[in-house]
Design a binder for this molecule. Sequence first.
Ligand SMILES: [Zn+2]
Length: 140
Amino acid sequence: MKLLSNVKIKPRFWEFLPWFSSYTAQAIYPNIYFPKETYEKLCSKNPDLKYVAVLLHEQTHIERQRKLGWVKWGAKYALFPKFRFNEELEAIKVQMSYLKKHNRKFDVEKGARYLSGWLYFRPVSYKTVRRILEKVWKGI
Ligand SMILES: [Zn+2]
């Protein structure tokens, strides 16, 4: 698929920073960064829908960063666990609805582990996140 010009390959040296590991994508206004392998998969003719869903997730972050102002968004995201969790949830909703539309599954358990984990400074417990994600998935 053709990617917008704000979608880029993650610089190699970022891999040394835990938050920018080679597995994750980042939305840093105005750009979205993907690991090289994922970027190339997205550029292919028929990319795996799970990567497209991640792209939509990151685009949601960019759109919300634009609306609030990326400096304010970034500060709130860094400082307030509730804000951070809510922003992730909004992006996950977009991701989920794309997957559901295409009869794909969202890995609730993995998502819950991730969102309740160290990467996000544990804003909410695993159990709570899992319950919320299951409810959102059902409601979409
Ligand atoms: Zn996110």
